[in-house]
Design a protein around this ligand. Sequence first.
Ligand SMILES: Cc1cc2nc3c(=O)[nH]c(=O)nc-3n(C[C@H](O)[C@H](O)[C@H](O)COP(=O)(O)OP(=O)(O)OC[C@H]3O[C@@H](n4cnc5c(N)ncnc54)[C@H](O)[C@@H]3O)c2cc1C
Length: 337
Amino acid sequence: MTSDTRTITGSDTEHRTSTLPPSGDRWDVIIIGGGAAGLSAALILARARRRVLVLDGGQPRNRFAPHMHGVLSRDGYSPIDLVNDGYHEVRAADGVIRNTRVVETRAVDDGFDVVTDSGAVESARRLIVATGARDVLPDIPGLVEQWGRGVVACPYCDGYEATGRAIGVLLGSAGGVHKAHMILPYSPNLTVFTALAGPLSADDRRLLEHRGVRLEDRAVSRVVVDGDTLTGLALEDDTVVPLDVVFAEPALVPLDDPLRQLGAQRVDSPMGQWAEVDAFGRTSVAGVWAVGNAANPGALVPIAMGSGATAALTVNGELIAEEVAAASAALAEERKG
Ligand SMILES: Cc1cc2nc3c(=O)[nH]c(=O)nc-3n(C[C@H](O)[C@H](O)[C@H](O)COP(=O)(O)OP(=O)(O)OC[C@H]3O[C@@H](n4cnc5c(N)ncnc54)[C@H](O)[C@@H]3O)c2cc1C
């Protein structure tokens, strides 16, 4: 996805003079990516009095949507406002956030170096990768322009708002039939467009039709709009199917270069290869965590926040254990002397 201007442009100014204890030139933790997952981790760690640096490209995945849903106490809130609020809260707790992209990550003695696109190098004891994922939409004229508004993907995010409306489902694969069944409770006025998915099995077709779903096998040629509002999908023969909203099935690609550069293991999932993490977000590389969509294609905003917070607790736990061990070694030396 490229055609948007809704990036986070919070000031790069570091927060007021930090009250944190000095710790050489190293950060305790660098967090790459400042969306829901990364900021959530940053907030916990900053409030735990850790020296935290967030390096953020400022392009959260849901920036195309004016509202987000299913986020407790923030239902209908703007995703951009959520991130701006997060920037503010992290900075208020002495966390540092810079708007920049990370281009390289390296394991070094006892920690990690991170290189930004301006060539700056930052070092930390631990690394949390919270870079998210990007959606690759089918190449249908008008689809990208409607992304996040007339064209959406996630029934949990936008299904409820489509209740009783004329809904189209642009299947991306025969396996996507599940999505049609998921969307059916929202409206009986449901058309499934099958051309991108390839032939559906006779059983799938019969079952969908039995449940009142219209199947449309002709290829979709473009999105039809009235001003800025989606009004339908045009087919290859120029027939227009009137619709209020279209659920598409974009391919989701993890933005996991920082993990690959460190050699983190990946695992196969139904949505492609994703970073291998444990329940706390630890990757196969000691000292490196992955959270949010960078580690889990199903991480909606609340899940992304939870994974960031969970990782933060274990990162802090490890750092405390390391510090206690160092202090007790120093004490033993002192006693010897
Ligand atoms: C159109 C749309 C609507 C959605 N609606 C909802 C909804 O209503 N409710 C819901 O719960 N979920 C919704 N989602 C899903 C939501 O976008 C994700 O759950 C959420 O963005 C995941 O958070 P994250 O922090 O993992 O990643 P992101 O929010 O994508 O944040 C990742 C951040 O990392 C930065 N980054 C990436 N690479 C680098 C790098 N190399 N260096 C520095 N920074 C980098 C990015 O610029 C970005 O700021 C929607 C998604 C889409 C596409």
